[in-house]
Design a protein around this ligand. Structure first.
Ligand code: FES
Ligand code: FES
Length: 156
């Protein structure tokens, strides 16, 4: 039976009436029209659906809406502050780190989650953190370059 849930999405309070088991990804894309998070594998294996929950990365394809209720959720649409892009977004643009762009939202949010935990990660830590994220276009070298570039901005 449908239930009502309160979420804070990109700083805005939202009320959703839905099946408690429905994945957060579906609610974001279909109900709230936030299409930055993508449906790739749907199994927690690719990272295309990544969002931040309370600043930590989370696969939204696997998370039932009932487990996201009451939490603060950030999608790529809410990452910039007004006109000012997040340093990770700026670095991805500066390094042209996308081809089709399908993985880009998840890559960026995953990198932001890393910097939330560790503002100055070592190269090996970046590699290991980003390793589960899949880019079917194979843009890995430029993605890693962008994350390293963002590190220098964030750690200044
Ligand atoms: S769509 Fe969620 S991890 Fe692939
Ligand atoms: S840029 Fe196409 S999937 Fe990564």
């Amino acid at each position: 039976m449908d239930q009502t849930f309160q979420l804070t999405v990109n700083g805005q309070r939202r009320t959703i009436l839905t099946d408690p088991q429905r994945p957060l990804l579906q609610v974001l894309r279909e109900d709230l029209k936030l299409t930055g998070p993508k449906l790739g594998c749907g199994e927690g294996q690719c990272g295309a659906c990544m969002v931040l929950i309370e600043g930590q990365r989370q696969h939204s394809c696997l998370l039932p809406i009932q487990d996201a209720a009451g939490k603060s959720i950030t999608t790529i649409e809410g990452l910039a502050k007004g006109e000012k892009l997040h340093p990770v977004q700026e670095a991805f643009l500066a390094e042209s780190s996308m081809q089709c762009g399908f993985c880009t939202s998840g890559m960026i949010l995953s990198a932001v989650a890393l910097f939330n935990e560790k503002p100055n990660p070592a190269d090996e830590e970046i590699l290991s953190w980003m390793n589960p994220q899949i880019c079917r276009c194979g843009s890995y070298p430029r993605i890693l370059k962008a994350v390293r570039r963002a590190r220098t901005q964030i750690h200044k």
